[in-house]
Design a binder for this molecule. Structure first.
Ligand SMILES: [Zn+2]
Length: 88
């Protein structure tokens, strides 16, 4: 049985009927609003070709120290999650 093109159990992407999806999205951590309230840091899980399960980080943010720690904790959790699910 071919494994390629199958979604991992954790996939949350709506592939809209595509039979053999290439990339998948996983869980998201809560967004961290930045110091101005206008920006945010987003952390999630996705797949990226040869790199497998990776942490997706989007951050265009000016963070207070407390917010920076929140983002750091999220990244640590996401990294551990990605390692735990690397072979799903
Ligand atoms: Zn998928």
């Amino acid at each position: 049985m071919s494994v390629s093109g199958r979604c991992p159990q954790w996939c949350t992407t709506n592939h809209l009927g595509i039979d053999e999806p290439v990339e998948h999205d996983g869980p998201q951590w809560p967004d961290v609003l930045d110091a101005t309230g206008a920006g945010r840091a987003e952390i999630g899980i996705c797949t990226n070709g040869a790199h497998g399960v990776v942490v997706a980080l989007y951050a265009e943010s000016t963070l207070t120290p407390k917010q920076a720690r929140e983002v750091a904790h999220g990244l640590l959790e996401a990294a551990a999650w990605a390692e735990d699910h690397a072979n799903d």
